[in-house]
Design a protein. Structure first.
Ligand code: GDP
Ligand code: SF4
Ligand code: MG
Lengths: 602, 415
């Protein structure tokens, strides 16, 4: 039976999930009622945010020119934070549908995803979606696709994932234009892992595409990257209902259960082979996921109770459990003087961080206090050694540092013409290096920059959105580390450095950022009985200062009959509030102050 | 036996005005008759009557009062007297002080007052030392004053608040400042010797000079008692909501503190004794009823929303007029609390130190010896003495002048 393996790639909200449903429905794999739910996105969270986090695969059948085709549809994550996972899912395919919303046009993630597909040598079918909408401009968008991506406008398939218009033509195009899977190149078995989930009952479920040979139930398999071995207890595919199979052969896609206990034992991109008859070489492209963004999670409880470990234990349980489901974030125990025991976690990107936080709160039922994200830095020491740090507090003595390097991204912004000037100003202000500019259409342009990741995670996206009134989109990719004049800023409250407030930033904006932080602190710390100096320092040098004046007045004016109980309760509440604060020297700093300071934005 | 009752729902309209209350039925209310009261040997010394009517609801006010459109004044007076009858037994002796507060007691018509005072006659014994009525300047008529004096009232407390129309408007008080002087004159003419004025400082937009002027105008009327309150933003009042919403800015602490210092200075020069954080009096003119509160004595509450304290138990009559009127005997109560030994120590310190003379060292020692936290409290006292907020003088512990402005910082450590 002829087979086609393909993915759908799109900018967020351009209709990937809706189109997937429509394809499943058109091939009668799903009933209309089932189709109402977007089948491939399984988690609530994804549905709510409209983001597909976990890839999975569905097999359907389609009749084309008298033959029955087997279509393996591989779902990919929709965001650049998961670029590596997307690229692994793409390697499992021969082709991809590039979906573009006909009312929006080509956006930053359209371009980034298209490049990723081309790099993986996939055949692309450009699909112009949402043509049922009055604002649709399919011809204009097809021209954009041609201009930006070099895919001929006349190859575009116009459709509406909503009404179903153009869907039969699209299915035909998949069979006609996408290439068939390549022939086996070795006798040995090789299958690519492109995704995995954790299931409470069956352990890890591995999604794979067989490139060479076949896998059978009972086979002893070996992961070529990690060297771990397992025995396959179940094989199957989703149609989209799970259907068990004895064997999955060359060019086919499926899932397996093999008594794998943790996702740590399974790496996306790794190659599965037969343990007693292994392939000589793994399939190309395997990488370890790399965490670039770091932040701390603490249980949202009083600092006074932070010493008690109850909430920390709950958080630990939630973190460990979530890690079973998402091995691409890292965690290690962290203790902050201000916030107690918690975890320092590493993420693929900002969105990944947000998703993990939300899942911990929602699925783990814990309330979390999250510190501002920082990036990882490479530090070259004067003795010739190097280290990587994820936290300003880990920075060694300045005298021993030869060089500090920070991650740099390649940033692509697509925006309306009129915003170009303001966006260039924004990027320049963020130490951006201008790389180029191109037109997408008469009204929109692409702006290319190289920028430190640290500048992106500091309130960049919100600024971009507000400058472009929501019309701008961006996408970035980490391209390496670069040395720069970075410095560690210490914040001193009443002369005492507060470790949890220190940060690393570029020398050129150290003053501005310090002043903003001190202003925020000033708002958060109550007046005390004495004046409290607030200072920011690099090394021993003070670069910004503020002060909180001593309290002048704190007295209840009236205290009569009916007020006595209430007045006492008010004082009791104040007393409680004081306990919940962290004292630095003789200054009480509320937990909110740490968070406000660490919050992004000015 | 469960009685039917209801719970108060306060609604503040979206513009931050117009408080309305609705009654939502609940069951199981209790009255003071259900309380395990052990009246102290000295008896219940005070009687507080709450008149829950106002002409208009001021937006900073969190006292229980309503703008009564139903003309229930007469019914209210009847009910109040029946409640007094029910309480008289529990109270034992006639009180030393009576205080009629509100609300706006002087909003009751002269006829109602006549009836109320006639009914209260049996509560007035030879031991009655003070009988105060709160008054709003715009409601004080000669006729009413005559009725009050004839009924045994000895003292009037007039809510002047400010003499400047702009500031009165900020407070949503609508009286003509001239009415304050007129009220004082009329009170004196009617034979009320003891006149107190209430003033408010720290009003948004008010300057220290404005306040100095208010003080001067108040002093010109030669009251024998003055209460000067820093404006307080009570939770859930429309004014507080508007402050949070950013409609206006609160008076800066520095300004309010300067006003307080000015008050202390000005009134001392004028011969007034500062005797409680917000109260000044000419010698011998301190408010005896309010002193009952600050010395943690017993008093009985009458009227919806009135709070009482008898034999270590605090409670409040449910602040719901309709339900109050429907009840008989002792009305439904709420917020009942029996203060434990440690709580009593905390309250006595909290209240006693609000008095400018503070507490005798002997009493302090005795209080620290009771309750479980004597050493913590002693350490807190020492700390605040070191910081210059508490001092020992004439065998007493009291707030210093600095401490008076920072009283809550001190008291929070002592409760
Ligand atoms: N009118 C119309 N709406 C569509 C069409 N395709 C998708 N949508 C809507 O566009 C929004 C985003 O679609 P979704 O499939 O979640 O996008 P994804 O983020 O790419 O997966 C949803 O509200 C869909 O209902 C279409 O062809 N026509
Ligand atoms: S008159 Fe007095 S009791 Fe009535 S609403 Fe105004 S401040 Fe409150
Ligand atoms: Mg989706």
């Amino acid at each position: 039976m002829p087979t086609r393996n393909f993915s759908i790639i799109a900018h967020i909200d351009h209709g990937k999930s809706t189109l997937a449903d429509r394809l499943l429905q058109a091939t009668r794999a799903v009933t209309a009622r089932e189709a109402r739910e977007q089948m491939l996105d399984s988690m609530d969270l994804e549905r709510e945010r409209g983001i597909t986090i976990k890839a999975s695969a569905v097999t359907v059948k389609h009749h084309f020119e008298g033959e029955e085709y087997e279509l393996n549809f591989i779902d990919t994550p929709g965001h650049v934070d998961f670029a590596y996972e997307v690229s692994r899912a793409l390697t499992a395919c021969e082709g991809a549908l590039l979906v573009v919303d006909s009312t929006q046009g080509v956006e930053a993630q359209t371009v980034a995803n298209a490049y990723l597909a081309v790099e993986n040598e996939l055949e692309l079918i450009p699909v112009v979606n949402k043509i049922d909408l009055p604002a649709a401009d399919p011809d204009g968008v097809a021209m954009e696709i041609e201009q930006v991506l070099g895919l001929p406008a006349e190859d575009c398939i116009y459709c509406s994932a909503k009404t179903g218009e153009g869907i039969p033509e699209l299915l035909d195009a998949i069979c006609r234009t996408l290439p068939p899977p390549r022939d086996p190149v070795t006798e040995k078995t090789r299958a690519l892992i492109f995704d995995s989930h954790y299931d409470d009952y069956r352990g890890v479920i591995v999604y794979f595409r067989v490139f060479d040979g076949a896998l059978r139930v009972g086979d002893r398999i070996r992961m070529m990257g990690t060297g771990r071995t397992f025995t396959i207890s179940e094989l199957g595919r989703y149609t989209p209902q799970p259907t068990k199979l004895k064997e999955i052969r060359h060019a086919e896609v499926g899932y397996m259960v093999a008594a794998i206990k943790t996702l740590d034992d399974v790496r996306v991109g790794d190659t599965i082979t037969i343990d007693h008859d292994p392939a000589e070489e793994a399939l190309p492209g395997y990488e370890e996921p790399k965490q670039m963004v770091f932040c701390d999670f603490y249980p949202a409880t009083s600092a006074a109770d932070a010493g008690k470990k109850g909430d920390y234990e709950d958080l630990r349980e939630a973190v460990e459990k979530l890690h079973l489901n998402d091995a691409s974030f890292t965690y290690q125990t962290q203790h902050s003087e201000a916030l107690g025991f918690g975890f320092r976690c590493g993420f693929l990107g900002l969105l990944h961080m947000e998703i993990v936080q939300e899942r911990l709160e929602r699925e783990g039922g814990v309330e979390i206090v999250q510190t501002a994200p920082t990036v990882s830095y490479e530090i070259a020491l004067t003795d010739g050694t190097e280290m990587e740090i994820h936290n300003p507090a880990e920075l060694p003595d300045t005298a021993t540092i030869a060089e500090m390097r920070e991650p740099i991204v390649k940033l692509e912004i697509i925006c309306p013409n009129e915003n170009i000037g303001d966006l260039m100003k924004l990027c320049d202000g963020r130490r951006g290096l201008f790389k180029g500019q191109r037109y997408v259409s008469d009204t929109r342009q692409i702006l290319d920059y190289e920028l430190p990741l640290a500048e992106i995670i500091y309130d960049f996206y919100d600024k971009l959105k507000s400058i472009t009134r929501g019309y701008g989109t961006m996408d970035y990719e980490i391209i390496g580390y670069r040395a720069d004049k970075l410095a560690r800023i210490s914040i001193l409250v009443n002369g005492q450095p507060v470790e949890a407030l220190s940060l690393i930033c570029h020398r050129s904006n150290a003053e501005v950022r310090s002043r903003a932080i001190l202003k925020k602190l000033k708002k958060q710390i109550d007046r005390h009985q004495f004046e409290i100096p607030l200072q920011a320092a690099i090394g021993g040098k003070i670069i910004a200062r503020e002060s909180i004046k001593g309290v002048r007045k704190n007295v209840t004016a009236k205290c009569y009959g009916g007020d006595i109980t209430r007045k006492r309760k008010l004082l009791e509440k104040q007393k409680e509030g004081k306990k919940r604060m962290k004292s630095v020297g003789s200054v009480n700093i509320p937990q909110e102050a740490f968070l406000a300071v660490l919050e992004q934005g000015d | 036996m469960p009685r039917s009752s209801s719970t108060l729902v306060t609604q503040i309209t979206s513009d931050g005005r117009g408080i309305q209350d609705f009654s939502v039925p609940i069951t199981g209310a209790i009255s003071a008759a259900d309380l395990p009261l052990n009246p102290p040997s000295e008896g219940v010394r005070g009687l507080y009557l709450h008149v829950p009517f106002c002409f208009h609801k001021c937006h900073y006010c969190d006292f229980y009062s309503i703008v009564d459109a139903l003309g229930r004044h007469e019914q209210f007076v009847h009910r109040l007297l029946r409640e007094r009858d029910a309480a008289a037994e529990a109270m034992g002796d006639t009180p030393e002080t009576i205080f009629v507060g509100g609300g706006t007691p002087t909003l009751l018509p002269a006829a109602s007052w006549r009836e109320l005072l006639a009914g209260l006659a049996s509560s007035i014994g030879p031991g009655l030392a003070e009988f105060t009525v709160e008054a709003n300047p715009e409601t004080v008529t000669g006729e009413l004053l005559d009725v009050l004096v004839a009924g045994g009232v000895t003292r009037i407390s007039i809510g002047a608040q400010s003499f400047q129309p702009a500031h009165l408007q900020t407070l949503e008080r609508w009286h003509d400042p001239e009415n304050v002087a007129r009220s004082v004159e009329r009170a004196r003419a009617a034979g009320l010797r003891r006149v107190s004025l209430d003033l408010i400082f720290g009003i948004p937009g008010q300057t220290v000079d404005d306040w100095a002027d208010d003080l001067a105008r108040a002093l010109a009327l030669e009251p024998d008692h003055l209460s000067c309150y820093g404006l307080t933003y009570e939770p859930n009042t429309p004014m507080t909501i508007r402050l949070r919403r950013g409609d206006f800015e609160a008076s800066p602490d520095e300004t309010t503190a300067a006003m307080y210092e000015l008050t202390r200075h000005t009134l001392a020069l004028a011969g007034y004794e500062h005797y409680e954080i917000s109260n000044w009096a000419r010698p011998g003119e301190r408010c005896r009823h309010n002193l009952l509160y600050w010395t943690n004595r017993s008093w009985w509450p009458l009227g919806p929303g009135a709070a009482g304290h008898v034999g270590g138990v605090r409670w409040k009559n449910a602040p719901r007029l309709s339900e109050y009127l429907e009840s008989s005997g002792l009305p439904p109560i709420t917020d009942v609390e029996r203060v434990d030994a440690d709580g009593v120590v905390g309250e006595r310190l909290m209240l006693g130190l609000r008095l400018i003379d503070g507490l005798p060292l002997g009493v302090i020692d005795e209080l620290l010896a009771t309750g479980g936290r004597g050493s913590t409290r002693a350490a807190a006292i020492a700390k605040h003495e070191d910081a210059g907020r508490l001092e020992r003088a004439n065998g007493r512990l009291r707030l210093t002048e600095t401490g008076q402005l920072l009283a809550d910082l001190v008291l929070v450590d002592l409760i």
